[in-house]
Design a protein around this ligand. Structure first.
Ligand code: HEM
Length: 122
C-alpha cells in the first residue's frame, strides 16, 4: 500500500507547506499568532506532516511526542482561527497538481486535526 506521503511526494509536500505559510503570513485572521519569521515553523511542519502522512518520523526524532494540542494551548484558537488555517491549507493544496482523491483525503485528515486544536469558545 502506497502511503499518502509517498503519493504526494516529499517535494510537493514541502512546496505545499511553503505556500501555506505564505498565505498564513498574509492572513490577518491568524498571522499575529506566529513569530515574524516562518522559517522554523515551516521546518517543523514539514517534519510533522511527513510523519502524519505515513513517512519517516522526523518530527518525533527531533522534538519527541508531538502533543500537538498541548503545544497549541499558548494560542487562543477558536473555530474562527481554525477556519482561517483550513482556508489557507485548502488554497495551498489546490495550487499543486495531485490526485483529487488524495487531496480530499489529506484535507479531511487536516480538518479533523485542526478541530482538535480548538481550545477556546470565543
Ligand atoms: C505550531 C497555530 C493547526 C501543526 C503552531 C504555532 C502556531 C500555530 C501559532 C507556533 C508557531 C511557532 O512558534 O513556530 C495554529 C492554528 C491552527 C493550527 C491557529 C488552527 C487550527 C495546526 C494543525 C497542525 C499543526 C491542524 C497539524 C496538522 C503544528 C506544528 C507546529 C505548530 C507541527 C510546531 C510545534 C512545535 O513547536 O514543535 N501552530 N496551528 N497546527 N503547529 Fe499549528
Amino acid at each position: 500500500m502506497v502511503t499518502p506521503y509517498e503519493a504526494i511526494g516529499q517535494d510537493t509536500l514541502e512546496a505545499v507547506i511553503d505556500r501555506f505559510y505564505s498565505y498564513v503570513e498574509d492572513d490577518t485572521r491568524i498571522n499575529h499568532l506566529f513569530p515574524g519569521d516562518f522559517t522554523e515553523t515551516a521546518r517543523k511542519q514539514k517534519q510533522f506532516l511527513t510523519q502524519f502522512l505515513g513517512g519517516p518520523s522526523l518530527y518525533t526524532a527531533e522534538h519527541g511526542h508531538p502533543m500537538l494540542r498541548m503545544r497549541h494551548l499558548p494560542f487562543k484558537i477558536t473555530t474562527f482561527e481554525r477556519d482561517a488555517w483550513i482556508d489557507d491549507m485548502t488554497r495551498a493544496l489546490h495550487d499543486f497538481d495531485m490526485d483529487s482523491e488524495l487531496r480530499t483525503f489529506i484535507l479531511e485528515r487536516l480538518k479533523m486535526t485542526a478541530t482538535h486544536m480548538v481550545n477556546s469558545e470565543e
